[in-house]
Design a protein around this ligand. Structure first.
Ligand SMILES: [Zn+2]
Length: 437
């Protein structure tokens, strides 16, 4: 628009000037050049000058452009190189995501050549190497990255992941220390801190990490509660191991309030209350544990808290306990055992008959032998104590790696998986079968 107005003005001025000159034909200029005398009309001279100026302007721009050409071309080449580099980077990342190691490697090399060492190309190269199973090369690139302030954090992350994969906890801790100085609240750092705390038994550290993750909304609150419950329950078992029952109760209660269905925490709370002489609370927690899943531990605590004086009292106590979960196999088992011990052949036969034939578990077979003995001899030859039972104790086995532990743990010390110990085995989950002995 501005250009148009300028152009129109120029035309108008030219026409006006031309008109003025045409009205004054006697406006002449006289020169003497090399001895010749020239007479020119002023209008002619004026337009000649204008054309000369115009031509000179074009010449000036043309020369300037030609002189600027080499640097312009170099700039264009650089931009094109960069574009190709970013394209290679993009293709490389796509190949990484698609799990195509060869393509990722190829594009990483191309990106490296075109872009030189940017954080992104280094990372792509390292990850492509990792995808190719070349951990050594990947480690070299991660090392390279740790030397530069811009990429140090990413490099440390790569090295930590490698150390984690190797199971080198000491190195993980050292590297974490460095990474924490750069970004103390990065989600993956907190996540790794949690994992490491759980695996090394530094549960307070694990709890701090979970709380920080939760307060930054990086963890769903249900997951955070579950993790805190697992750590509290583990702390409760640690305290119990040392005989610190008061502490054990506190930790177990916190675990239960975070995760009411955490059976090991219920069982331990019952046991700790029993040890502290809180018999009523011990029974309450044992019944709750039984309701969730009957276990030998809950039955033991319950019967010990009931302190039955004779077999009749024991049968009453058992009847109260199994009411919480009447159809469970262990409930039927306890009922049959109490009937056998009290010599009640009719009830005992009935209860034993309810136990699944298919189960070859030692507990059921032994109970059947006691039943036979009762029928032939009129009395139970191997009665359990008044506050005891013959339920098989569940082994604390990791459902992930199969390692057996002496007590319940939040994390398997063998394979590092969390929440995998003390889960009902598949056999115990099914209502009609006993867990394997
Ligand atoms: Zn395990």
């Amino acid at each position: 628009m501005v250009r148009f107005i300028l152009f129109a003005t120029l035309i108008a001025v030219s026409v006006l000037v031309a008109y003025v000159f045409s009205q004054n034909p006697d406006w002449n200029a006289a020169f003497e050049v090399f001895g010749y005398r020239l007479t020119l009309h002023l209008g002619f001279l004026f337009f000649g000058l204008v054309i000369l100026l115009w031509l000179f302007g074009w010449l000036y721009f043309g020369v300037r452009r030609t002189l600027a050409m080499p640097s312009e071309m170099a700039k264009n080449a650089r931009i094109s190189r960069q574009n190709r580099g970013y394209k290679a980077l993009t293709h490389g990342l796509v190949a990484l995501a698609a799990g195509d190691p060869d393509e990722a490697d190829k594009q990483a090399r191309r990106a490296n050549k075109l872009l030189e060492e940017t954080p992104a190309t280094l990372l792509l190269t390292a990850q492509a190497a990792q995808l190719n199973g070349d951990e050594e090369s990947a480690a070299k690139y991660f090392d390279e990255m740790t030397k530069n302030d811009d990429t140090a954090f990413l490099g440390l992350r790569g090295k930590i992941m490698q150390a984690l994969a190797r199971g080198d906890r000491k190195e993980v801790q050292q590297l974490l220390e460095q990474a924490r100085k750069i970004k103390p609240n990065a989600p993956w750092i907190l996540e790794t801190e949690y994992e490491m705390g759980m695996q090394t038994g530094e549960l307070e550290g694990a709890q701090r990490a979970v709380k920080r993750l939760a307060s930054r909304r990086l963890l769903p609150s249900s997951v955070a509660r579950n993790r805190l419950a697992l750590t509290e329950a583990d702390l409760a078992f640690q305290a119990a191991e040392k005989g610190a029952w008061r502490q054990a109760v506190d930790h177990a209660q916190r675990a239960i309030s975070d995760e009411p269905t955490l059976i090991p925490a219920r069982s331990l709370a019952a046991r700790a209350h029993l040890e502290l002489g809180n018999l009523r609370k011990a029974k309450e927690q044992a019944v709750e544990a039984w309701r969730l899943r009957p276990t030998a531990g809950a039955a033991t605590t319950y019967l010990r808290a009931c302190k039955p004086r004779d077999i009749a009292a024991k049968r009453t106590a058992v009847a109260e306990l199994i009411q919480a979960n009447p159809n469970a196999l262990f409930s039927q088992y306890l009922r049959a055992e109490a009937a056998i011990e009290s010599g009640d052949i009719a009830i005992a036969q009935d209860a034993v008959g309810d136990l699944p034939e298919t189960s070859a578990a030692v507990g059921v077979n032994a109970l059947k032998l006691r039943m036979e003995a009762l029928k032939s001899g009129g009395e139970d030859r191997s009665p359990s104590p008044l506050d005891g039972h013959s339920l098989p104790i569940e082994p604390q086995v990791c459902s992930n790696c199969g390692a057996e532990h002496t007590r319940w743990r939040a994390v398997c010390t063998d394979c590092g998986s969390s929440g995998s110990i003390g889960l009902p085995t598949r056999a115990a989950q099914a209502p009609k079968m006993l867990p394997p002995a």
